[in-house]
Ligand binder design. Structure first.
Ligand code: C2E
Ligand code: MG
Ligand code: MG
Ligand code: MG
Length: 292
């Protein structure tokens, strides 16, 4: 009987905890949904751009659009603090559309002036699985004179969607000319066989591996293997989170075609600063302090 009572008590405690936990999660996601909806209604999302350069010749190959939430006091809330909630509460598709509109309006002229330059946009698998999103993108590219081939959609490996469904949906975007990059490569659990079948044009190596380069014997081996994979799949390779000249040098030696993104080259910045710091046809100057 004592055992029974203990089990009963334990069960009640656990039940209580789960109830409480559930209420908290639900409450939080509901309040985030309201907060994000208000931010959308009041136009309080802004987009910064981070440069991506080719290490072999220091030319700019693209920029990644990164969303920020402008708080009431003007401080910028980073996306890691609200994108997960946006995905959980279904607001993320509205955010993606807002980012696309803003990024095309900011970067449209640049994309037309420089046909080798691409604009990278982070999307959720929900965006790709939603058939309307392709029509939306087609309308926006037409309206802004943006070529779909200069638009790269970044998808992380962490998607919970079925890879078959996702691959089929990606193929439709790909047929209309859009590029796909696998973001944060190496941190997810996607099977390599799917990556091989997906219509992707590039892989972004997560900054965890860039940091591993600081112990070259370990990090360089991992990065070289990913480079071999990229070469075999005939896709481009971008290394994220490059913070030091030493890391950039190791990367350029491992794989001449590699592109790099990170604080060494430039932090995410408003479009005006981006255009000033990286004018069309300019090269990244290595003597300048990377922390732009
Ligand atoms: P991400 O797509 O992997 O973007 C790169 C993140 O790494 C950015 O953080 C960038 O500021 C940061 N970063 C770049 N270089 C360095 C470096 O050298 N060192 C370090 N420590 N960090 C660096 P951010 O802007 O805070 O964005 C975080 C994540 O939020 C993004 O990771 C992306 O997954 C998500 N995100 C950003 N914008 C959007 C968006 O418009 N839509 C969606 N769905 N997700 C977004
Ligand atoms: Mg990204
Ligand atoms: Mg990334
Ligand atoms: Mg990331």
């Amino acid at each position: 009987p004592l055992d029974f009572l203990l089990v009963l008590a334990g069960g009640m405690t656990a039940g209580g905890c789960i109830g409480l936990w559930h209420a908290r999660l639900y409450g939080e996601s509901r309040s985030w949904r309201q907060k994000l909806q208000r931010a959308l209604d009041n136009n309080r999302l802004t987009v910064h751009y981070q440069p991506i350069i080719r290490l072999s010749d220091s030319t700019l190959c693209g920029a990644e659009a990164l969303v920020r939430l402008v708080d009431f006091d003007g401080t910028l809330i980073p996306p890691d603090q609200f994108i997960p909630a946006a995905e959980a509460s279904g607001v993320v598709e509205q955010i993606t559309r807002r980012v696309v509109k803003r990024a095309f309006s900011d970067m449209g002229p640049r994309l037309s002036a420089d046909r080798d330059f691409y604009l990278s946009i982070n999307v959720s698998s929900d965006d790709i699985l939603n058939r309307d999103f392709l029509g939306f993108l087609d309308n926006e590219t037409k309206a802004r004179g943006v070529s779909p081939g200069q638009v790269a959609l970044e998808l992380t490996e962490r998607s919970t969607a079925s890879p078959e469904r996702l691959t089929r949906a990606m193929e439709e975007f790909s047929r209309n000319g859009y590029q796909f990059l696998i973001d944060d490569f190496g941190t997810g659990y996607s099977s390599l066989s799917y990556i091989a079948r997906m219509p992707i044009s590039g892989i972004k190596i997560d900054r965890m591996f860039t940091q591993a380069l600081d112990q070259p014997s370990v990090g360089a081996v991992i990065v070289s293997k990913v480079c071999e994979l990229a070469a075999a799949l005939k896709v481009t390779l971008i290394c994220e989170g490059v913070e030091t000249k030493a890391q950039a040098t190791i990367l350029a030696n491992i794989y001449p075609d590699i592109c790099a993104q990170g604080f060494l080259i430039g932090r995410p910045m408003p479009v005006e600063r981006f255009s000033r710091t990286f004018p069309v046809a300019s090269r990244f100057r290595w003597h300048q302090d990377g922390a732009a």
